[in-house]
Design a protein around this ligand. Structure first.
Ligand code: G6P
Length: 584
């Protein structure tokens, strides 16, 4: 979704913001634009296309300013065209506004702005004219922004550059916005990694916060709840964590990081997991809520809870509405989200207002992280590739740990973590890597691939299929191997390939189902810790006890990554997808 970064300070903003906006590209976008304060007025450059292409076309790198806003737009309201790129200006060219979010009542607001000249089809443009309207009536910029914020409905974070003011003024609601406090100036941005090379001191803003960002100072007031505290936090990752290093893509870097991240878990005290376990133990029902890949982590957690004797169900964020009549105060929610900003979940928070909430979330200070009673940081560090990898496996591990701790199986959990880490050393050996390469070589030319598995292997099939779709654009469908006979078997021929995930716990049953595929000419790529006759190709995974899914997952991620590379696709930025989906 849209990315915004702004700087106001004593240094030249342009190099900071060029670097920052490139770091925000992972969010997904179709246009780039910037507004720079200058002696001759506000300079606006914007166009559709890749950030670097627009920058080079308009020679943005040759401009300079101490106060500027850069923006990447993900079209929601109004098509992909230059006029719809942000920032938006008012009729007098006094202000420029960059926005992330949706203004739900834009139509009626636009209606009230008769006489103003609109140049775009966006909802955002009502902001610049509403602010202008108030400035024309004599309001100062802060009052104009504050009063405008009160008029708009929906989730909207925006930054305003006023050529008559030393300050930038911003408000946050729904969409992410963080403040970075650097030596010679201050940043506002959609995320921390975009400016972390220049400061690790941040304020995670809350909904309703209005920030007046001066060159040397800043002030924050909350327009909804004046008791909100604005502590300065120190982030514990460096710019290095948010860079590719020697890897060709973020996706492969993030896949490989899992080995170290899983090992680190062995020296964790799990205080927050213990707190969460105490909550779920007494729950009538535990709902695990997630979207996309995080929903698959929720499925892993729900299954682990049920297997440990605790009633649990995984629900996709938007679907919670169908449970509204049955949610009771004794139910507990576990929210799983990498970004902590997914609209499908934020929108259903009111349904959980009376319940205890646990968050397994990667982004400290995010909207969802602020809403939960027990916050379990995923601790994956910045995840920049659109397709989630390390956040998924860690979320699956944390939700499984909650289940095992709740059942008093702490020792089993620690044992299984160690087993997984020990066997992880044998996972990515040359024979396995070359088997993945061969499978990717086969898959790259296909139009359809099935992913099959039973029980938790079915969850991995869902995740493996999603990864492949996301980064290789191949249609991939996950089917519970047990249900293949209820219809999909009709599709099998010798042209069909299925990736089968087979664990010890369901080996015989799954193999029986795979024989049915094989008997009809289907080809099977098996992912298992043992080779089987039914497999045409074999990728060996390792035993990992309760956490065997981590190893299966790493193989499925590599399979998707390699296929993407063979097809010449950039796996970090698949077309049409965004990392953080802040719209309905
Ligand atoms: C988007 C991303 C997915 C992600 C999903 C949920 O669709 O492309 O990779 O799994 O959102 O995001 P969250 O941040 O809530 O985990």
């Amino acid at each position: 979704m849209c990315g915004i970064i702004a700087y106001n300070g004593q240094d030249d903003a342009v190099p900071y913001l060029l670097e920052g906006i490139r770091n925000l590209e992972y969010r997904g976008y179709d246009s780039f634009g910037c507004a720079l304060d200058s002696k001759v007025g506000i300079i606006i450059k914007k166009d559709i296309g890749k950030v670097d292409d627009v920058i080079n076309k308009y020679k943005v790198q040759n401009l300079s300013s101490n106060k500027a806003i850069f923006h990447t737009r993900w079209a929601t309201h109004g098509g992909v065209k230059t006029e719809n790129a942000h920032p938006m200006i008012d009729c007098t060219h006094r202000i420029a506004v960059a926005h992330n979010g949706i203004i739900e009542n834009w139509a009626e607001l636009k209606e009230s702005l008769g006489g103003h000249k609109f140049i775009s089809d966006t909802d955002t443009e009502v902001l610049s004219h509403l602010i202008e309207e108030k400035l024309n009536k004599g309001a100062d910029i802060q009052t104009a922004v504050k009063d405008t914020f009160k008029q708009i409905k929906g989730s909207s974070s925006f930054i305003v550059l006023d050529k008559q003011s030393e300050d930038l003024v911003a408000v946050k609601k729904g969409s992410p916005l963080v403040l970075g406090i650097a030596k010679n100036g201050n940043f506002l941005s959609s995320d921390v990694p975009s400016f972390v090379r220049h400061t690790n001191k941040v304020v995670y803003l809350s909904d309703g916060d209005m920030v007046v960002l001066g060159k040397k100072s800043y002030s924050i007031t909350n327009l909804i709840n004046k008791d909100v505290k604005h502590e300065v936090s120190t982030v514990n990752f460096s710019a290095k964590h948010a860079e590719k290093g020697d890897y060709e893509h973020f996706m492969i870097k993030e896949i490989m990081e899992q080995l170290g991240l899983m090992k680190n878990l062995e020296s964790t005290d799990f205080k927050d997991v213990i707190q969460a376990a105490a909550l779920v133990k007494n729950a009538k029902l535990v709902y695990l809520i997630g979207a996309g890949t995080s929903y698959h982590a929720a499925m892993l957690g729900a299954k682990a809870l049920r297997e440990n004797g605790i009633n649990a169900v995984a629900v996709q964020g938007q679907d919670l509405i169908t449970y509204r009549k049955v949610i009771s105060a004794d139910d507990v929610f576990i929210i799983i989200s990498q970004s902590g900003e997914t609209a499908d979940i934020i929108n259903v928070l009111p349904l959980m207002s009376k319940n205890k909430k646990i968050g397994i979330i990667n982004s400290d200070g995010s909207t969802l992280a602020k809403e939960v009673d027990v916050f379990i940081p995923i601790g994956a560090g910045p995840e920049k590739a659109v397709a989630s990898t390390k956040s998924f496996t860690l979320s699956g591990v944390y939700s499984t740990l909650i289940a095992m701790f709740a059942a008093g199986r702490n020792e089993d959990a620690i044992h299984d973590l160690k087993l997984m880490n020990m066997n992880m050393y044998n996972l990515l050996v040359p024979s396995v890597l070359s088997a993945i390469d061969k499978a990717a070589e086969k898959i790259k030319g296909l139009e359809n691939v099935f992913f099959l598995g039973r029980d938790s292997d079915y969850i991995m099939a869902l995740e493996g299929a999603l990864k492949l779709k996301e980064v290789s654009y191949i249609h991939a469908e996950a089917i519970d191997a047990a249900t293949f006979k209820h219809g999909p078997l009709a599709l099998i021929s010798d042209k069909v390939y299925a990736v089968a995930i087979v664990s010890e716990s369901n080996r015989n049953d799954t193999l029986y189902n795979l024989q049915e595929v094989k008997a009809r000419g289907g080809n099977i790529i098996g992912i298992s810790d043992k080779n089987e006759n039914v497999f045409d190709m074999f990728i060996r995974t390792q035993e990992g006890g309760s956490f065997g899914f981590v190893m299966q997952s790493i193989i499925l991620q590599l399979l998707a990554y390699k296929t993407s590379i063979l097809k010449g696709i950039n796996p970090d930025r698949p077309k049409n997808l965004a990392k953080s989906v802040t719209v309905k």
